[in-house]
Design a protein around this ligand. Structure first.
Ligand code: SF4
Length: 309
C-alpha cells in the first residue's frame, strides 16, 4: 500500500492510500472520496436513469464485487433495479472459487444472480475448447465468447444497461494494447466516451469504476471486509495484457499520473471520433448477433474449435 508523504488531505490524519492524482486519505475520508468518485462518474456520464434495470457482469473478482456493492448503495438514493449475471467459462481450479464469492455477495445484498456457462451454451468448457484451438490465445476465446453470453444473458434479463467492473488500470492497458496491435477502432469503442449513445440493438455497457485504480478498489474491499479470493486465472500469464500491465505500473511509479493521462487521451480521441461517421453493424450470418463483420469473431472462433452452435 502506498503512503502519502503528508497526512490525509481532509484531516491530516495518517493516510492509508495515495490516490492516482497523488492525494493522500485516511481510512474514513478514503471511504467518502471513493463513493463520491463512483457516484459522480455515474452522474457525469449519465450512466443510469431512475427505474432502469441494471445487470452487473459479475465474476466474483474484486472489481465486479465492489461494483455490485457501489451500485447497491447508489440505488438506495436513486431507485433502479439491480441484478447480476455471471459467465462460467469452465476454467478448472479458478472459476468455481469466484462463483462462490459471487453467490455469497449477491445473497448478502439481496441481488438475483443468473449464471450462464460455456459448457451449456457452446457444449464445451473453455479448458476443453482450448485443446482444439488454432491461432488465437485463451483470452481471445474467453473474452469474445464471454461477451457474447453477457449480451445474451442481459437481453434475457431485459437489461437497460450492463455494468462492467473496468477500472483506470484496465483503460490504460486497453489503450496501449490496442495501439501495440494497431486496432484503434477497438480502443475507441472502450470506456464511457464510447458509450455516450446507445448503438442500435446493443445494450449499453457502463463502467462506473472507470476512474478508480485497482489499488483503490482493493483497499475499499479490504476496508469493507469483502472476502476476495486473490487467485489468478491459469491462462493470465499467456496474455499480452500482463506484460502491458507491468510496463504501465513501472511507468506510473516513475511518472505519476500516467494512467490518468491515458484515460484523458482516450476521452479526447473518442470526442473527435464521435464526429466521424459510425461504423456499420451487420447481423452475423451464423448467429444473428450484431457485428462489424458479416461473420462475427465469436462464430469464427467456434468454427476454429470445431464447435457447432
Ligand atoms: Fe479469461 Fe484470459 Fe481472463 Fe483467464 S485471464 S478469465 S482466460 S480473459
Amino acid at each position: 500500500m502506498k503512503e502519502s508523504r503528508g497526512g490525509c488531505v481532509e484531516c491530516r490524519d495518517r493516510p492509508c492510500i495515495k490516490t492516482p492524482s497523488g492525494v493522500g486519505y485516511c481510512e474514513k475520508h478514503f471511504e467518502v472520496y471513493f463513493q463520491k468518485k463512483v457516484f459522480s462518474t455515474v452522474r457525469e456520464f449519465k450512466l443510469i436513469k431512475n427505474g432502469e434495470r441494471v445487470v452487473v457482469a459479475l465474476s466474483g473478482g474484486k472489481d465486479s464485487v465492489v461494483l455490485l456493492h457501489m451500485l447497491h448503495r447508489l440505488r438506495q438514493k436513486h431507485p433502479f433495479r439491480l441484478e447480476a449475471l455471471l459467465i462460467d467459462e469452465g476454467i478448472a481450479g479458478y472459476r468455481a472459487k469466484t462463483i462462490k464469492v459471487a453467490k455469497e455477495e449477491c445473497k448478502k445484498l439481496g441481488v438475483r444472480l443468473k449464471i450462464l456457462s460455456f459448457e451449456k451454451e457452446f457444449s464445451k468448457k473453455l479448458d476443453k475448447m482450448l485443446k482444439k484451438r488454432m491461432r488465437s490465445g485463451a483470452c481471445t476465446y474467453c473474452g469474445v465468447l464471454r461477451r457474447r453470453l453477457i449480451n445474451k444473458g442481459s437481453r434475457g434479463l431485459k437489461a437497460d444497461k450492463v455494468a462492467i467492473g473496468h477500472n483506470i488500470d484496465d483503460v490504460a492497458q486497453t489503450v496501449l494494447l490496442n495501439m501495440f496491435r494497431n486496432e484503434p477502432d477497438r480502443m475507441l469503442r472502450f470506456g464511457p466516451g464510447a458509450d455516450m449513445k446507445k448503438s442500435e440493438g446493443l445494450i449499453r455497457r457502463i463502467q462506473p469504476l472507470i476512474r478508480c485504480s485497482e489499488l483503490e478498489i482493493a483497499l475499499w474491499a479490504e476496508l469493507n471486509e469483502i472476502k476476495i479470493d486473490h487467485i489468478s486465472c491459469p491462462y493470465a500469464d499467456e496474455a499480452m495484457r500482463q506484460h502491458v500491465r507491468k510496463i504501465l505500473n513501472e511507468t506510473e511509479d516513475r511518472y505519476h499520473g500516467t494512467k490518468i493521462r491515458l484515460f484523458k487521451s482516450l476521452l479526447g480521441l473518442q470526442r473527435s471520433g464521435e464526429k466521424k461517421k459510425k461504423k456499420k453493424l451487420y447481423e452475423c450470418v451464423e448467429c444473428s448477433e450484431l457485428s462489424s463483420t458479416k461473420i462475427c469473431v465469436g462464430c469464427r472462433l467456434l468454427k476454429e474449435a470445431d464447435i457447432k452452435v
